[in-house]
Design a protein around this ligand. Structure first.
Ligand SMILES: [Zn+2]
Length: 402
């Protein structure tokens, strides 16, 4: 038996006037998702984000891979550290270091762009090198990552310092959201000094000339310590692979001792190599039991806040991922497919919510039509009357383990 998890990150949404009062899932043409919803063994809604935990992709993807977040969640950044090969000591606290674009509004500094215009990894590396040259010191080391996502390791740091994800304060004045708590003065000093270093950097000058957002500051958030997670095999007795362009998802794969597969051209955005991700995933099933294909464009377009882009991301997910998997998985006679998301990223608020998400489980032994009125949408899944309170238990349902 082979298992496939198809994870459309942030895909569920709200009804939007610009889409005729429909959600992107309702407005998009999704023949393959609807095929699965109509023939699913189980179809409904699941709560992936437990009460009291932040609705982040870190919490959500732990649940998608069958880890109870209330037990195993210790912060976002340590997961990302694992994916870029940074080993952590027990008293190491790591923080996500975004390159951001700050703006000025009536004399107030605002978060103009949490991603510095989705800056390229090559440009970002030059900027992070400049920051390392000036700011690396005993107990505080920067590590370059991908695009606008980088890392700071703070040895002996305070994991309870309070920080704010920059994509939660798009367009807002930053002062009320800077790091606070014991040791935060050190972090704020780094943030302020970074602006001097970045101000006249040639990389930024070229970006401005090209009309792209310059990286004018670093922003520190997502703190945590290394998680203590059993491997997927210890937890469920199966081996697995993870296909994702996003560090924290790869990081969870690392801690779960899954095969973390890098796919050429995987970007985490609309220009990603969807076909390559599917082909590498299916290929990996020759050596393991389960593969998880994580698609980020459905989340990023929610943060960007453009309905037509999210509809495109949903249609690409449906045709170039779900449709391709339904074709290619047939080479394995016995298979079970779980389609779900880790949390909604509604366009009208441009950030995550803790609302439940649609899911469907299809079994190759019985793909007969169960309910022709089912559609893979928020409303139709809600109408199914199937509700899973603990979303992380969907893995056991997929594996048919009690
Ligand atoms: Zn997410």
């Amino acid at each position: 038996m082979k298992y496939v998890i198809l994870q459309g990150d942030g895909m569920p949404d709200h009804k939007l006037p610009e889409l005729g009062n429909k959600t992107p899932l309702e407005a998009a043409d999704t023949p393959n998702l609807d095929f699965i919803a109509k023939r699913a063994e189980t179809f409904g809604m699941a709560k992936t984000i437990p009460e009291g935990l932040p609705p982040g992709s870190d919490v959500g993807n732990l649940a998608v891979l069958g880890y109870d977040p209330t037990v195993y969640y210790t912060g976002r950044s340590p997961l990302e550290a694992a994916s870029i090969g940074v080993e952590l000591e027990p008293n190491d606290v790591t923080l996500r270091c975004n390159l951001v674009t700050l703006g000025d509004e009536d004399g107030n500094t605002v978060m103009a762009d949490y991603s510095a215009g989705h800056i390229s990894t090559e440009e970002a590396e030059e900027l992070i090198d400049a920051i390392k040259n000036e700011l690396d010191q005993d107990g505080l080391i920067f590590h370059p990552g991908i695009s606008y996502r980088h890392l700071l390791v703070w040895s002996g740091g305070n994991k309870d310092v309070a920080t704010t994800p920059p994509h939660d304060i798009s367009g807002k004045v930053i002062d009320p959201h800077i790091p606070v708590g014991e040791g935060s003065d050190k972090l704020n000093e780094l943030i302020i000094k970074s602006r001097e270093i970045l101000k006249d950097h040639p990389v930024n000058k070229k970006r401005v000339e090209r009309g792209e957002n310059p990286a004018t500051s670093i922003w520190l958030w997502g703190q945590g310590t290394a998680p203590k997670m059993p491997t997927l095999e210890e937890l469920y007795g199966i081996t697995g692979s993870v296909i994702s362009a996003v560090d924290l998802v790869k990081g969870i794969g690392h801690y779960a001792k899954m095969d973390v597969i890098d796919v050429p051209g995987a970007t985490g955005y609309l220009d990603t190599n969807y076909e390559g991700k599917v082909d590498y995933a299916i290929e990996s099933l020759n050596n393991c039991d389960l593969t998880m294909i994580h698609i980020e464009s459905t989340d990023e377009t929610g943060h960007v806040g453009k309905a037509e882009l999210k509809v495109q991301a949903v249609e690409d997910f449906d045709k170039r991922v779900v449709g391709r998997v339904l074709e290619k998985i047939k080479q394995f006679k016995d298979y079970r497919i779980l389609v779900m998301s880790d949390h909604p990223t509604p366009i009208d608020i441009r950030t995550h919510t803790s609302d439940p998400v649609p899911f469907a489980i299809l079994d190759s032994s019985d793909e007969s039509l169960k309910n022709d009125s089912n559609l893979y949408t928020e409303d139709s899944a809600t109408d199914s009357d199937t509700f899973i309170e603990d979303g992380w238990k969907l893995m056991s349902m997929l594996l048919k383990k009690n």
